[in-house]
Design a protein around this ligand. Structure first.
Ligand SMILES: *Cc1c(COP(=O)(O)O)cnc(C)c1O
Ligand code: SF4
Length: 439
């Protein structure tokens, strides 16, 4: 490890024509300032050269989707076998990014369509996604927001952030605010403090989450100063983004440890990526290392339909196979939920193998991870409390505070309600309805 740091640093020095102080390596601002943005620098550092024709293609690719790699992250690449290196593939462009797939969408998750004010995506009833930064320390090649990240024109300014905060203030049903970007930890400590303070002051906000890839690509950003700020907020959760066990280096683990010691629960969201982590063994090793460092695997995402990502996508069967290899085979809390973020703003949909094989009114038939088929007998006298949404008169003692009054149920949950009369959810613009109108 020390060897590769020294080598990366020495070769960076050659390109800059000046010598760099060793300690600087551990300074996150130094890392950002020396982020690698040209193909030539990568060639120098990996001590290789691309053929001219390939280089042209690579140039074309980064003029559309810019490249930026922290020296730290690049130093994890194995120069002897960079072509197959999972680190290299996540940070170095591939001309395949320029291929158009028929299904590619500019905003596959409909984040702009579900945006009441710029920067806020309000899709689910009780929580919002708040884009607070447009910059990242490294541009992941598989980024779903490729289109936006690094685009200087859309860096949210303080006024835009204030509008987002005002929206949250004015929307009492929001109890969970998810700060995302770009990477929120690329803001300064004082900007982060200001944002967290403004949000924490809002009475109806119960939890604040931060999504960041800094522990993976720039672990030195987790400074004492930042910890000092984060520690002030006692309802903060952090989700990070490891995709491969190789990313859990000693520097990275040290960053996680600081966050854990500050009392912040950590989760991880991985993306299933072709030729990078689409293997049950790799995924198992990854989740084991995560929990050993007190990071709870949260989601495993099917790769989105954003432009330029088709060469990263796998089929859904691979994801199901991975989930099959985890459940039962390892600790339950090491198993993430595999989700497809539905195009068009449908949100995250969990996908898993089928465990429920059949049922009757007295039994369900289940199978376990070994293939054992078993039965579960239903109780013969179960009659659940009849719900009429009149919680004060119910014997279940929910004891809602006045401000907690549940909003009316929606979606499938509404169809299941005993006190609701709707019996169907019907899509808009049904052809048969149109026929009736024509008559
Ligand atoms: C993922 C996401 C959330 C948070 O979803 P959870 O399942 O609660 O983690 C919220 N809003 C948007 C738009 C999202 O994409
Ligand atoms: S850290 Fe996240 S937002 Fe930033 S480039 Fe990587 S995937 Fe995209």
């Amino acid at each position: 490890m020390l060897q590769t740091i020294k080598m990366t640093k020495a070769r960076l020095e050659e390109t800059k024509g000046k010598s760099l102080v060793y300690d600087d390596w551990f300074d996150w601002q130094w890392q950002i300032k020396h982020s690698i943005r040209s193909i030539e620098t990568v060639e120098k550092i990996l001590n290789m050269q691309f053929p001219e024709s390939e280089k042209k293609e690579l140039q074309k690719t980064i003029s559309k989707f810019p490249m930026s790699i922290t020296p730290y992250y690049l130093s994890l690449v194995d120069p002897e076998n960079y072509k197959n290196d999972p680190i290299f593939k996540q940070c170095f462009p591939d001309p395949k990014e320029l291929n158009h797939a028929v299904c590619d969408l500019v905003d596959p998750l409909h984040e702009e369509g579900d945006s009441p004010v710029p920067g806020i995506t309000h899709r689910y009833p009780d929580r919002v996604l708040f884009h607070v930064s447009n910059i990242c320390s490294m541009y992941c090649r598989h980024c779903t927001r490729k289109r936006k990240v690094g685009d200087v024109d859309s860096i949210p300014d303080k006024e835009q952030l204030q509008r987002g905060i005002n929206y949250i203030k004015a929307t009492p049903e929001v109890r969970d605010v998810l700060l995302s970007g770009g990477d929120p930890f690329l803001l300064s400590d004082s900007q982060i403090d200001w944002l967290l303070d403004e949000i924490a002051k809002i009475d109806h906000v119960e939890v604040i989450r931060i999504g960041t890839r800094v522990p993976v690509v720039l672990p030195f950003r987790i400074t004492e100063g930042l910890i000092h700020v984060l520690k002030k907020y006692d309802n903060l959760w952090i989700n990070t983004h490891y995709n491969h066990p190789k990313e859990l280096t000693s520097s990275s683990r040290a960053a996680l440890k600081k966050l854990i010691q500050a009392g912040i629960p950590l989760g991880n969201q991985s993306v299933l990526l072709r030729d990078i982590n689409d293997c049950p063994m790799i995924m198992k090793k990854l989740v084991h290392q995560l929990v050993a460092n007190r990071v709870r695997p949260y989601y495993l995402y099917q790769c989105d339909l954003s432009e330029g990502l088709e060469h990263f996508r796998t089929d859904v069967g691979k994801g199901i196979e991975i989930m099959e290899s985890l459940r039962g085979h390892t600790s339950g809390f090491a198993i993430p939920t595999y989700v497809i973020d539905a195009p068009g703003g449908g949100g995250k949909i969990p996908i898993m193998p089928n465990y429920l094989i059949s049922s009757s009114s007295s039994k369900v038939i289940l199978r376990n991870y070994e293939g054992v088929i078993t039965t579960y007998q239903m109780p013969s006298d179960y009659s659940p409390t009849t719900c009429d949404r009149n919680c004060e008169n119910c014997n279940l003692q929910l004891e809602l505070e006045p401000h907690e009054t549940e909003s009316a149920p929606i979606g499938i949950a509404k169809l299941l309600c005993q006190y609701e009369e709707s019996i169907t959810l019907v899509p808009q613009n049904l052809e048969r309805d149109e026929r009736i109108m024509e008559e």
